[in-house]
Design a protein around this ligand. Structure first.
Ligand SMILES: C[S@@+](CC[C@H](N)C(=O)[O-])C[C@H]1O[C@@H](n2cnc3c(N)ncnc32)[C@H](O)[C@@H]1O
Length: 372
């Protein structure tokens, strides 16, 4: 069987590594997604374990479609009734990249028509009632290849379930985890977020450190369909639980805002991770550490909501004095400022540009430059 996992553009390398570590064969990696082969158990393994993914789709079919007729005929050839019941609710989404078929509305309506036609014939029904469970479909065109996908996740995978308390400008959980993994922090050695807000990065780090799958305790849409034996799903979740290890490292989160720290503690506690993370209200101005080395990953305030341009400049100077001076630490800084690394004491080893929601952001990575 083929599956397709999506992530943010620029995070597909992280996703590919995660899939490979889970033992799946990755067939194709393109911006924002990986196509991989696996058996049905992957519904649980991939949905519950992937830290960087946004959704996991089952590939119902893929074929070349340079015309709407080819799109329609391709769907008609798929044995959709093997997966889709007669009373399912089929909402169709569409995406198109570098393809002759690009009108999303037309792709959606042709897909819907063809799915209804195929299922109507298979179930010998003129009209499908569509009064049952959701089966969200996606028709994805890329370079004239059509892929009919079935969303198995339901709620996007960044919704782990620990965010009981929101905060201004929190980072999406799967992007946070991707940034940590991009920083090559895999749970060993100290981890610090000096501007932790509601604690996303520290909480994701705590889950990495304990080998806890981020989606272990949440539900996924496929569980409503009965396509995987619930006992099998339970068995896989039990294996995952048995592989959780005690954390053997220091994880710290600081913020100048006491409300943010209260929220971070609440969020961590909702997943039983509060004892693993030291959260403390502290301004960057007072930041110091006795740790000799470690990894710092943080998300600078950005956008109008997070302060004036002058405040940003001052914070950038403060960051330079307090964090970039820690030359034995590996650093990862997410910022909306294209000039963040200019006029600073330490130069990034790598800068990655990517869209965080609708905002263009830059991830500045710094390798340690000294050993102690
Ligand atoms: C973009 S938010 C971080 C969001 C966080 N990653 C999350 O997921 O909730 C930036 C945080 O920096 C904090 N901050 C701004 N200036 C600071 C300073 N001088 N010292 C410490 N924290 C600061 C803000 O209070 C805010 O919570």
């Amino acid at each position: 069987m083929e599956f397709l996992a999506t992530t943010s553009f620029a995070m597909e390398g992280v996703l590919k590594n995660e899939l490979t570590l889970l033992g799946f064969e990755v067939e194709r990696t393109t911006p924002g997604l990986c196509l991989f082969c696996a058996d049905l158990d992957a519904l649980v393994w991939a949905n519950a374990s992937l830290r960087s993914a946004e959704r996991v789709f089952l590939v119902l079919g893929r074929w070349e479609a340079k015309s709407f007729d080819a799109l329609f005929d391709g769907i008609m050839r798929l044995p959709l009734e093997d997966v889709l019941p007669s009373n399912g609710r089929f909402h169709v989404n569409a995406r198109s990249f570098k393809s002759q078929l690009f009108s999303l509305r037309d792709i959606q309506s042709i897909t819907k028509k063809a799915v209804a036609e195929r299922l109507g014939r298979a179930y010998k029904m003129k009209i499908l009632p569509e009064d049952g469970i959701d089966y969200p479909l996606m028709l994805r065109m890329e370079r004239d290849e059509a892929m009919l996908l079935l969303d198995t996740s339901g709620e996007p995978l960044h919704k782990r379930g620990y965010r009981v308390s929101g905060h201004i400008a929190p980072i999406r959980e799967n992007i946070g985890a991707s940034l940590i993994l991009l920083s090559r922090w895999f749970g060993k050695g100290p981890f610090i977020d000096p501007m932790c807000g509601s604690g996303t990065l520290a909480i994701e780090a705590a889950m990495i450190a304990t080998n806890r799958p981020p989606g272990l305790e949440r539900d996924f849409l496929f569980e409503k369909w009965g396509i995987l034996d619930p006992l099998k799903a339970q068995e896989i979740r039990d294996i995952m639980r048995s592989r959780i290890t005690p954390a053997n490292t220091v994880i710290q989160g600081y913020d100048k805002d006491p409300k943010a720290i209260r929220k971070a503690r609440k969020n961590a506690a909702s997943f039983g991770l509060d004892s693993l993370i030291h959260f403390q209200c502290r301004d960057l101005e007072e930041f110091s550490t006795s740790l000799r080395r470690g990894t710092i990953v943080t998300n600078m305030p950005y956008g109008e909501r997070m302060g004036t341009r002058q405040e940003m400049i001052e914070l950038n100077h403060l960051f330079d004095r307090q964090i970039l001076q820690l030359d034995t630490f590996r650093l990862g800084v997410l910022s909306g400022d294209a000039y963040f690394s200019q006029a600073k004491s330490r130069k990034p080893t790598r800068v990655r540009k990517f869209n965080n929601g609708k905002i263009i952001t830059y991830f500045y990575q710094y390798e340690p430059v000294a050993r102690r």
